[in-house]
Design a protein around this ligand. Structure first.
Ligand code: ADP
Ligand code: MG
Length: 699
C-alpha cells in the first residue's frame, strides 16, 4: 500500500518503529534513503592477492580450529583457500561459530586482511557456507540505527524502491539544461536504482564524493524541491495583507534623523530606503538585514520603528538576551523617548526577570497602545502580551530564534476591520553575513538588505595569534591598556559538555587577572549568574569603572563600549570563525587603536593542528565578515548560519552548498519557470521530496 498512513506505534515491531524514527514512512522516503557506502561481494579474491588493509571476500576450507585463553579468550580458525592461509580471530563467539567453522568446513568469509608478523589475519569476519551465487551489484550499506538490522533495512528499501512512484516531474523543456549541469541523461529512477545497487565496476570514488552524474541528478532534484517550496511560501505570504506604513513630513522619522549624534552612512541610508519601500506596501515585509558587527543596524531598526509609529501603529523589537535587549532599550529610549513624550507615547520594556508589578504596568501600556514601541526578550511573544495594533516586528540576532518564536510574533497582529487576516511586517537582523549560496538556498524566500560599510572613524582591529605560553606578555599588554584608561575584554571558552568546567576556568582566569592587575577592577560575567548580577557587572563595565571584564557568556558580550580597545580570546581554537569575528567586533568601536589577541593552547606536549592554525591565521588575515562566513560555511556547514531556522526540519541531505553552486543556480531558475508553467508537477515534486516537512519549511 503505497504512501499509506503508518499504523499506530503500539502495533509496530521494533524495526518498524525504528523506520518511523528515521522518517522512512513512505515508499519514496525509502527510495531516497541512500547508502553510506558499499561492500563488494561480487567477487572472490585469492588470499595471496589480498593487500594489507584491503576488505576482501575469500572462499576456502577450515584446516584448524582452537580456543586460546591468552592474551584473552578467543577463537582462532585457520582458513586455506589454496593460494595462502589466513587466521580468523573472534573475541566473542558462540558454539554455533565453532560448529560452522569446524575443520573441513568450506566457508565464504569477508573482512579486512591484516598481514601481521604471524601471517594474515582477519578480525571478526562475516562468514557463511561456501558456494551460492555471487551478487552482480555492490551491496549497499545504509545509515541505520541499533534497532534496525542492515539486512532488514536492505529488504524494505529494495521493496520501497520497487514500489515508489518515480515518474518524471521535471518538465521536458527543463530537462536539457538539467542534463547539461549534471553531465548525464539520468532519470530519477535510473539514478536511484544505480545508487542503491551499482554494478561491480563503478568508480567508488565518484560515488563517494558524490560527483557521479547519478548523484548530481539527485542533488539537483533536491535543490529544486527546496527552491519550489520557498517560492511557494513567498507567494503565499505575498497574498497576505499588512498595514501600509508611511512617514509623514516632519514626523518622527525625520525628527529622529535630526537628533542622531551622527550622519547615516551611505549603506545605512540605502537599506533604510529599502525597508521604507517595503513598509509602504500592503504586503507583509519579510526582510533580513545583514551587517557586520558594529555596522550600525540598531539605528536602522529605530528608523523603521519610527515609520510604524508615525503611521499610528506599534512596533516590537526582540533580542535574544536581556543584556542585549537592555542595551537596545537604553539606546532607543535615549533617541526616541524625548520625541515620543510630547505625543503622550512611551517605550515599554518586557523581560523574563521583570518584577510582577512592573510587568503588569507594561502589559497595560502595550494593550492600550500607549507604548508605541516594545523592546524585550522572548517575553514579548508570550500569550499575555496583547498589542493594541502591532504593525512591525523586529528580531535582532535572528538566528538565535526558532521558527515557532517567529510565527508567534507574526500572530500578534490583530485582524483588520475587513475581517481579512493580517500580518505584521517582519525585519530580521543578523551580524553573521550569509554567504551567497546559502542566501540563495535557505533564504530564497527572504529579501535581503546588506550594510556593507562601517561608520567612519573606526580604527582597524589588529589581530594577533599568540600561544598560551606567552600569556604573561598578554597580561602585560592589558596592564598597559588599562594604564591608558582603556578597557579590556577577556573571553573564556565555552566548553559545551560542561557548564561547571566553563565556570571554573573563568573563575581561575578572573582570580589570575585580579592578582596580576592589582588596583584595577576586574569583573566576571558567566551564564549561571542571576540576571540582576549580570546587569550590575555590565553597568560597571559600560560606565568605565571596571577595567577588565572576564566573561564566558559569549553572546552577552554583544555590548557596545567604545572605550574597550583590547579583546583577548582564550582557547580561540575552540571557537567558530564567525563567532571569533563577532567577538572581535566588540572592540574597535571608538577612535582608539584596537587589538584582538587569539590565545591558543597547543595540546599537551604538541603543536596545534594544521587546520586549527590555518583557521586562526585566516582570522588574523582578514576583517571581511563575508569572507570569514564563506570559510565557515566550508569548514562547518550551514548549521552555524541557519541556527534554529531549520531545526527539526530536513536540512539539505544530499546537496552541499560549498560544492553544488552550479546545481543551485539551475534549480533557482528552473523553480520559477516550473511554478509558472507547471504548477501541478511542481506540487508533486515538492510532496515527493519534502513530504510533511514542506509546511515547516515555510515558516
Ligand atoms: P550593530 O550593527 O553591530 O548592531 P550598532 O547598531 O550597535 O551595531 O552600532 C555600533 C555603534 O556605531 C553604536 O555605538 C552606534 O551608535 C554607532 N553608529 C551607528 N551608525 C553610525 C554612523 N552612521 N556614524 C557613526 N556612528 C554610528
Ligand atoms: Mg546589534
Amino acid at each position: 500500500m503505497p504512501d499509506a498512513k503508518p499504523a499506530p506505534a503500539q502495533a509496530l515491531s521494533a524495526p518498524q518503529k525504528a523506520l518511523l524514527k528515521l522518517g522512512l514512512t513512505r515508499d519514496i522516503d525509502l527510495a531516497l534513503h541512500l547508502p553510506l557506502r558499499y561492500e563488494d561481494e561480487t567477487r572472490l579474491v585469492r588470499l595471496s592477492d589480498a593487500r594489507d588493509g584491503q576488505t576482501v571476500q575469500v572462499e576456502g576450507t577450515v584446516t584448524h580450529q582452537e580456543i586460546t585463553l591468552r592474551p584473552r579468550r578467543q577463537l582462532l580458525v585457520t582458513l586455506d583457500d589454496g593460494s595462502d592461509t589466513c587466521t580468523l580471530r573472534f573475541f566473542s563467539f558462540y558454539p554455533s561459530h565453532q560448529k560452522a567453522l569446524a575443520v573441513g568446513a568450506r566457508v565464504r568469509v569477508r573482512g579486512e586482511v591484516r598481514g601481521g608478523f604471524m601471517g594474515r589475519t582477519m578480525m571478526h569476519p562475516a562468514f557463511h557456507a561456501a558456494g551460492g551465487e555471487l551478487p552482480d551489484a555492490l551491496t549497499p550499506v545504509y545509515p541505520t540505527s541499533a534497532q534496525l538490522p542492515q539486512a532488514y533495512l536492505r529488504k524494505v528499501v529494495a521493496s520501497g524502491l520497487a514500489r515508489a512512484d518515480l515518474s518524471e516531474t521535471i518538465p521536458p523543456e527543463l530537462l536539457g539544461s538539467l542534463q547539461r549541469v549534471v553531465h548525464g541523461t539520468w532519470t530519477l529512477r535510473d539514478a536511484l536504482r544505480y545508487l542503491h545497487h551499482p554494478g561491480p565496476d563503478v568508480s567508488l570514488d565518484a560515488l563517494e564524493d558524490r560527483s557521479h552524474p547519478a548523484w548530481q541528478r539527485l542533488k539537483a532534484e533536491e535543490l529544486l524541491a527546496q527552491q519550489l517550496s520557498q517560492l511557494t511560501a513567498k507567494r503565499e505570504r505575498d497574498a497576505l495583507r499588512a498595514p501600509v506604513l508611511r512617514t509623514a513630513p516632519g514626523g518622527l522619522h525625520e525628527q529622529l534623523l535630526a537628533v542622531l549624534p551622527f550622519a547615516l552612512t551611505g549603506a545605512q541610508r540605502r537599506v533604510g530606503e529599502e525597508i521604507a519601500r517595503d513598509l509602504a506596501r500592503p504586503v507583509p515585509m519579510h526582510r533580513l538585514l545583514q551587517g557586520d558587527v558594529g555596522s550600525g543596524k540598531t539605528v536602522v531598526a529605530a528608523l523603521a520603528a519610527a515609520i510604524a509609529i508615525d503611521s499610528g501603529w506599534q512596533c516590537a523589537l526582540m533580542a535574544p538576551t536581556e543584556i542585549l535587549a537592555e542595551q537596545h532599550f537604553a539606546k532607543l529610549i535615549g533617541w526616541l523617548e524625548p520625541l515620543l513624550a510630547p505625543l503622550g507615547q512611551r517605550v515599554a520594556w518586557l523581560t523574563g526577570s521583570q518584577k510582577k508589578k512592573q510587568r503588569t504596568e507594561m502589559l497595560a501600556l502595550i494593550a492600550s497602545g500607549e507604548a508605541a514601541l516594545v523592546v524585550g526578550t522572548h517575553a514579548v511573544i508570550q500569550d499575555q502580551v496583547v498589542f493594541q495594533n502591532l504593525a512591525l516586528a523586529i528580531i535582532d540576532e535572528q538566528h538565535r530564534f526558532g521558527v515557532a518564536q517567529r510565527l508567534a510574533l507574526r500572530s500578534k497582529m490583530t485582524e483588520g476591520d475587513d475581517g481579512q487576516s493580517r500580518e505584521p511586517h517582519l525585519l530580521m537582523m543578523t551580524a553573521t553575513p550569509i554567504p551567497r549560496t546559502l542566501a540563495m538556498s535557505y533564504y530564497a524566500d527572504l529579501d535581503v538588505s546588506t550594510i556593507d560599510e562601517l561608520p567612519p572613524g573606526r580604527t582597524p582591529i589588529v589581530t594577533k595569534v599568540v600561544s598560551d605560553q606567552r600569556r604573561h606578555e598578554v597580561i602585560e599588554r592589558i596592564r598597559a591598556q588599562v594604564a591608558q584608561g582603556r578597557q579590556v575584554y577577556w573571553v573564556c571558552p565555552l566548553i559545551e559538555e560542561s557548564e561547571a568546567l566553563d565556570l571554573s576556568n573563568a573563575t581561575a582566569t578572573h582570580a589570575e587577572l585580579s592578582d596580576a592587575l592589582s588596583g584595577t577592577v576586574v569583573g566576571l560575567l558567566h551564564s549561571r549568574m542571576p540576571v540582576a548580577e549580570k546587569k550590575a557587572v555590565m553597568s560597571l563595565f559600560t560606565s568605565g569603572h571596571m577595567g577588565v571584564l572576564v566573561s564566558t557568556t559569549v553572546i552577552e558580550v554583544g555590548v557596545d563600549v567604545p572605550n574597550a580597545s583590547l579583546m583577548v580570546i582564550e582557547h580561540a581554537e575552540r571557537f567558530g570563525l564567525s563567532q571569533l569575528h563577532q567577538l572581535r567586533g566588540r572592540v574597535g568601536r571608538g577612535a582608539a587603536a584596537s587589538a584582538c589577541v587569539l590565545l591558543y593552547t597547543p595540546p599537551e606536549g604538541g603543536r596545534l593542528g594544521e587546520t586549527a592554525r590555518e583557521r586562526l591565521k585566516a582570522m588574523a588575515g582578514t576583517s571581511d565578515g563575508f569572507e570569514i562566513a564563506r570559510r565557515d560555511l566550508e569548514i562547518r556547514g550551514p548549521g552555524e548560519f541557519l541556527g534554529a531556522r531549520q531545526s527539526g526540519a530536513a536540512m539539505l541531505r544530499f546537496a552541499d552548498l560549498a560544492t553544488d553552486g552550479h546545481l543551485l543556480d539551475w534549480a533557482r531558475q528552473a523553480a520559477t519557470q516550473m511554478l509558472a508553467q507547471h504548477p501541478t508537477a511542481a506540487e508533486k515534486h515538492i510532496a515527493r521530496w519534502l513530504g510533511s516537512k514542506a509546511e515547516y519549511l515555510k515558516a
